[in-house]
Ligand binder design. Structure first.
Ligand code: S3P
Length: 448
């Protein structure tokens, strides 16, 4: 499956109980970072559990283009021979990041403080997304960027030959922007400081510390202050990528909505900057248990056990929780349709600039399936119909957005009539085994 190729329509039929174990793939955010930091250290980084989805494969290709050696053995172990901080070579080809905002923004940061020039492009979805949020702070280091109007890709970044460190307050809650600045700060002398008002996923900070950088995080009245000492010698690591909570969301929500279901989703990271959906589902009355709660590689990890939950209630999701579940609002809106009462989601303007405008895409598909949705610039409300009362029967546009496609396929499992998506190809960006994994649990998803 690919988001670049011929559309792959899929239809999800109402199905019987989902049962069994769902081994979801590796974490997308951590996979990108493992490849990039591996490329920025000297020596061999060994990565197991890497997500082999299109987004991450595009980042692997990009790291090769910047001079790192990246290989995969027959057991699925990846090896990155890095070139060191400041060691990136100038790519001879355009860097195509496919569908991945994380890939392009982090890589722009990583190359922006080296005296090289690179041109970036992506698919139709990525080429619509705003890049100024990254190139503005990169300009403070001395980098220059020229793109299409509105700061869109394709875009050429001329790295700073004599970078200076920066102090930057991130104006939007975005781990991609924070991470781009930190990665640029790696090759600037002195201390780079990033301040974020709302805490976003902290994988970059954790992994930089793991690679031997001196980085501190302090919670202050002005927000979270992250300080990085520039020009470290990053030390190659062995990285076991945990499974992705954002992918776990789909089998978990499918089990909660489908009568009789009982599904185990093992080894899911519950880093507080990622686990907001699971908290929200429990508040809605979902039967979701954390089994075997433990710590692995400094991160809380648990096996998630999700059972059919017939009495879901709508909730008001606290805006302060938004960053910790930003990718999970589409599937939450589907769960909300099966709850009784309203689910109110505020403080979510960022949803409008993801792989698609996720509020618009979900609202359109839910409305076509008989669900009332209200929405404004940074909020939306789903009026739940209660279990058994969601009509479905619609065809939804996925807008080159993997999470929109998967969310509507989950809806089809529990609606009164099947739900179709026009193109499920983009699912390959983050969850290439979605189709067989859901089929093994008992879902009835067909192509065509
Ligand atoms: C990500 C950050 C989030 C998220 C994306 C992955 C990351 O984007 O939506 O899927 O790995 O840093 P923003 O930084 O734009 O919020």
């Amino acid at each position: 499956m690919s988001g670049h190729g011929t559309p792959i329509p899929m239809i999800s039929h109402p199905c019987g109980p989902l049962a069994g174990r769902a081994d979801v793939p590796g974490d997308k955010s951590i996979s990108h970072r493992a490849l990039i930091l591996g490329a920025l250290s000297v020596g061999e980084t060994v990565i197991t559990g890497l997500l082999e989805g299109d987004d991450v494969l595009d980042t692997a290709k990009a790291m090769r283009a910047f001079g790192a050696e990246v290989s995969r053995d027959e057991h699925g172990t990846w090896r990155v021979h890095g070139v060191g901080v400041g060691g990136f070579a100038e790519p001879s080809q355009v860097i195509d990041c496919g569908n991945s905002g994380t890939g392009v923004r982090l890589i722009m940061g990583a190359m922006a403080t080296s005296p090289i020039t690179a041109t970036f492009t992506g698919d139709a979805s990525l080429n619509k997304r705003p890049m100024a949020r990254v190139t503005d702070p990169l300009a403070l280091f001395g980098a220059r960027a020229v793109g299409r109007s509105g700061g869109r890709l394709p875009m050429t970044v001329v790295g700073a030959a004599d970078p200076v460190p920066v102090r930057y307050e991130v104006p939007v809650p975005s781990a991609q922007v924070k991470s781009a600045v930190l990665l640029a700060g790696l090759n600037a002398p002195g201390q780079t400081v990033v301040i974020e008002r709302e805490a976003t996923r902290d994988h970059t900070e954790r992994m930089l510390a793991g690679f031997g950088a001196t980085i501190t995080t302090e919670d202050t009245p002005e927000g979270r202050v992250i300080t990085l000492n520039g020009q470290p010698d990053l030390i190659p690591q062995g990285i076991a990528v945990p499974r992705d909570p954002s992918s776990a969301a789909f089998p978990v929500c499918a089990a909660i909505l489908t009568p009789g279901s009982d599904v185990l989703v093992p080894n899911i990271g519950l880093n507080p900057t990622r686990a907001g959906l699971f908290t929200t589902l429990r508040e809605m009355g979902a039967e979701l248990e954390y089994e075997n709660l433990r710590e692995e590689g400094g991160e809380p990890v648990a096996d998630l056990r999700a059972r059919f939950s017939p009495d879901l209630r709508g909730v008001e999701v606290p805006p302060a929780r938004a960053a910790s579940m930003i990718d999970e609002y589409p599937v939450l809106s589907v769960v909300a349709a099966f709850a009784t009462g309203q689910t109110v989601m505020r403080g979510v303007r960022e949803l409008r600039v993801k792989e698609s405008d996720r509020i618009a895409a979900m609202a359109a598909g839910l409305r076509a399936g008989g669900v009332t949705v209200e929405d404004g610039p940074d909020w939306w409300i789903v009026h739940g119909l209660g279990h058994g009362n969601v009509p479905g029967g619609q065809t939804c546009e996925s807008h080159l957005d993997h999470r929109i496609a998967m969310s509507f396929l989950v809806m089809g499992m529990a609606a009164q009539a099947p739900v179709s998506v026009d193109d499920a190809g983009p699912i390959a960006t983050s969850f290439p085994v979605f189709e067989p994994l859901m089929a093994a649990l008992g879902a009835d998803i067909r192509r065509g």
